[in-house]
Design a protein around this ligand. Structure first.
Ligand SMILES: NC(=O)c1ccc[n+]([C@@H]2O[C@H](COP(=O)([O-])OP(=O)(O)OC[C@H]3O[C@@H](n4cnc5c(N)ncnc54)[C@H](OP(=O)(O)O)[C@@H]3O)[C@@H](O)[C@H]2O)c1
Length: 235
């Protein structure tokens, strides 16, 4: 079974977006999402109630993307339009199509790029890159004019579910990147998913964040624990 088959739970994406705005005191942002799949739509579901403006992009079928985005009450466009629109751009596509997606995105001109990717092999048996470099660092090389922040979100299935916590506890997630302001913006968004966010330091820490998330994927889908699991950092 491939990742896409397993994660295609979001084929019942007919979720209702809450119309209640959640007041956090943090300013709303314009968020352009490259990738309208499980994670892209899960982020729409979880971030829209916080008052953010969202645009979905990158789909092989433009008409289907437009229909999906309108059903979720958000805008749609090309990846380049998503970058133009956004203060924070989210990269949420399978590892194999990251170069195509970034090519379509074009110039970032210093914008924040929240990299959600994990370089998963298509059969989920492991990572394509890891420990001596990372997906985060490669994304930063390919999108060299973006302020890249690594932040792998919790499972899309958890975020799409009625309760995105585990027994009332938000999952722990980590951010890594060189730019403190960019990291703070991504940390704010991740905390709204909800998640407990810890700063793991420079972008090179993606080398450790990504394998840690691989362990959770392995436990969920190869060891049979299912997607209602997450990591928690205890202090
Ligand atoms: N799913 C999770 O729980 C989860 C959690 C944390 C991190 N992540 C990471 O987030 C990223 C996105 O995961 P996802 O589960 O959201 O992926 P997905 O559901 O497969 O979404 C992929 C998106 O990319 C588009 N796309 C365009 N060309 C494509 C091509 N040639 N092959 C595949 N997709 C293409 C898809 O459009 P079409 O609909 O037209 O195919 C869709 O918009 C991955 O790097 C993954 O490791 C996922």
């Amino acid at each position: 079974m491939t990742i896409r088959e397993i994660f295609r739970i979001a084929d019942h994406w007919h979720f209702a977006i809450s119309t209640t705005t959640i007041e956090t005191g943090d300013p709303p942002m314009r968020i352009g999402i490259i990738g309208a799949g499980n994670i892209g739509t899960a982020l729409v579901k979880r971030l829209a109630p916080h008052g953010h403006e969202l645009m979905l992009s990158f789909h092989r079928d433009r008409a289907a993307l437009s229909e999906l985005a309108s059903s979720l009450g958000v805008a749609s466009g090309t990846p380049a339009e998503a970058v133009e629109f956004a203060e924070v751009v989210v990269l949420a596509v399978p590892w194999g199509v990251v170069p195509d997606a970034l090519k379509e995105a074009g110039r970032f001109d210093g914008k924040i790029l929240w990299d959600c990717t994990n370089a998963l092999k298509s059969d989920m048996s492991g990572l394509e890159v890891g420990t001596t470099t990372s997906a985060g660092e490669l994304v930063a090389q390919w999108a060299s004019d973006a302020r890249v922040v690594k932040g792998v979100p919790p499972f899309a299935q958890l975020l799409h579910s009625d309760d995105p916590t585990i027994g009332g506890q938000p999952p722990s997630v980590f951010v890594a990147g060189a730019d403190a302001q960019a990291k703070a913006a991504v940390a704010q968004l991740m905390s709204e998913l909800p998640a407990t966010v810890t700063d793991a330091g420079p972008l090179e820490a993606s080398r450790f964040i990504e394998p840690a998330m691989m362990l959770v994927v392995h436990m969920a889908y190869r060891q049979g624990h299912g997607p209602r699991i997450a990591m928690q950092l205890m202090r």
